[in-house]
Design a protein around this ligand. Structure first.
Ligand code: GLN
Length: 543
């Protein structure tokens, strides 16, 4: 295998931006003409993040092949502009599940199954499996912080890999924190020293230190860290705080990080072409205007839950040269009496996806407000379903119309579980689910959608068929199609066999669109998603 491996670990504390650093390193190496792949190893026991509560874990990111993954994969796709899949994310749970399955099958021939070598071997196989196309570099990010009990098998596996693959093929990058102590008026290197020592105690000597800091580290501080941590003096880099995450690739480039990596790993790297990243960094600071957009959802206290959505809106802003200011509104606190007060003055309203009935009525009120006051509206997945419910109740007069998810006995199940399709879908999804070791009946991953040209969707996409990613169970009930169409709802995106409604919009409205899929997963700063681009553009006209 010619591929060289970069292992990214983190120390001192979490939330230092390890995922973003790994993704930025990938972007820089890619800009140097190298073929790059990237993987996240998560030490938790859940087999995948699909069942995890967004309040705790942030968004569940969905790939084309229907894998429910850690949100860092979203960063990877956004920075590398290349699709991720099942092989780019492994959890301890998935590793153990596989080992235990083999044990039950008798694969280990009665041997004692142990963390070393069985779990570590499984981890090493998972790591190697990310190399699919003879990539020059594979970047492997280890979740968690050095010193966590859960992370030990992963660290042991990457320690072994250096011996196995050869010293010149493996590089360890450790991300730490160098805090500025106001009282002392200086930067403190001790946490970094301890973290590197902790890593060394498990047999890993960091090659490169990436030090998160409020300010640029002076050469003196870098030399001190290098001496105490036993790394090259020119292998200590600042990962300084940036205003926008899209400045990070340029910030790390200016530090010389990618050059040092290329030298240490003897990579056939060209001079980097960073035109696009430079232009993005420029746009961040030179918007021509500002647009205020409300996100009406139930996970508003934890921004990580709407990570991709947030980023897609930022991308659309960059494209339209607008600063997008987001106001998160808790849908549970919206009532008929205060909806106006909550949303007045905002130029766009977005209702994102979600599960469960909490806050749904508030979302419906927000949508009614957007529809009646011609405020640009974008509904995603549950957001589209709520738009359909709102239209059924308030325009078609379908009293208490609902989704079967929230009212299984509703007289007007405008959103429902497709019975006649259920078995077919079950089979189809089961096939995909089996590949991901999971038995759900969710519609997951990329599906085709045919676009009607003379519509908002048609104008945005400028193409007849698109692939978009799904993560839901319920669908629009085609039984009611005619009622909706008669009153001005347009079905501008359908599955190729026309059985599933993928996009709805309204005739008499400047921009009112709901989609059953999650377009936010396919947006990146280089290629903002067309629907987000048009939503933000139209909202901007009202600013
Ligand atoms: N709860 C809805 C469904 O399962 C919508 C899901 C979502 O918004 N991702 O169909």
């Amino acid at each position: 295998m010619k591929t060289k491996f970069i292992f990214v670990t983190g120390g001192v504390l979490s939330s230092l931006g390890k995922g973003l650093a790994a993704a930025s390193i990938g972007a820089l190496l890619k800009a140097r003409g190298l073929k790059v792949t990237i993987q996240k190893l998560d030490p938790y026991i859940n087999v995948d993040p699909g069942t995890m509560n967004p309040f705790q874990h942030g968004e569940v990111y969905v790939t084309d092949d229907g894998a429910e993954t850690d949100l860092d994969l979203g960063h990877y796709e956004r920075y590398l502009s290349q699709p991720m899949s099942q092989i780019n994310n492994f959890t301890s749970g998935r590793i153990y599940y596989s080992v235990i399955t083999k044990e039950r099958r008798g694969d280990y021939l009665g041997g004692t199954v142990q963390v070393i070598p069985h779990i570590t071997d499984e981890i090493k196989d998972a790591i190697k499996s990310v190399v699919q196309n003879d990539e020059d570099v594979a970047i492997i990010e280890i979740g968690g912080t050095v010193g966590d009990i859960e992370g030990l098998p992963f660290l042991e596996a990457i320690r072994q890999l250096r011996g196995e693959l050869g010293k010149d093929k493996v590089l360890y990058i450790h991300l730490t924190l160098v805090p500025f102590m106001k009282a002392a008026g200086e930067l403190k290197t001790k946490p970094t020293q301890h973290s590197v020592k902790e890593l060394r105690s498990i047999g890993i000597q960091a090659d490169i230190l990436l030090c998160r800091s409020e300010v640029d580290l002076s050469q003196d501080i870098k030399s001190k860290i290098a001496l105490f941590c036993n790394v090259d003096p020119d292998a200590v880099f600042t990962a300084r705080d940036v205003n926008s995450i899209y400045e990070l690739p340029m910030a790390l480039y200016e530090e010389g990080l990618d050059q040092k990596i290329a030298i240490m790993l003897k990579l056939p790297a060209k001079n980097p072409n960073l035109k696009k990243w430079k232009s993005i960094a420029h746009r961040i600071y030179h918007p021509k205007g500002k647009v205020d957009i409300a996100i009406v959802g139930k996970y508003v206290d934890l921004k990580e839950s709407y990570k991709s959505l947030h980023e897609a809106l930022i991308h659309a802003g960059l494209e339209n040269e607008l600063e997008v200011s987001l106001r998160y509104v808790n849908s549970e606190s919206i009532s008929a009496g205060n909806v106006m007060r909550n949303l007045q003055g905002l130029q766009g309203i977005l209702v994102p996806g979600g599960f469960g009935s909490r806050g749904v009525e508030g979302k419906i009120l927000a949508i009614q407000y957007a529809r009646e006051n011609t405020v640009p509206f974008f509904g995603i997945c549950l957001g589209m379903q709520c738009a359909v419910i709102e239209f059924a109740r308030n325009v078609l007069g379908f009293d208490r119309a609902n989704s079967q998810e929230f009212d299984p006995d509703t007289e007007y199940p405008v959103i429902y579980l497709m019975k006649e399709w259920f078995d077919f879908r079950n089979n189809l999804f089961q096939k995909r689910s089996e590949q991901s070791n999971k038995g759900g009946t969710m519609r997951l991953g990329a599906y085709p959608c045919v676009i009607r040209p003379d519509t908002l969707a048609g104008q945005a996409y400028e193409t007849e068929q698109v692939m978009e990613r799904h993560r839901h169970r319920y669908e629009f009930n085609r039984k009611y199609s005619m009622d909706f169409e008669e009153k001005g709802m347009i079905f501008s995106g359908l599955s190729p066999d026309e059985s599933l409604v993928e996009i709805v919009e309204l005739k008499e409205h400047p921009w009112f669109l709901g989609c059953q899929f999650h377009p936010e997963f396919r947006s990146n700063p280089m290629h903002p998603h067309p629907l987000f681009r048009e939503f933000v553009r139209t909202a901007g006209q009202g600013a």
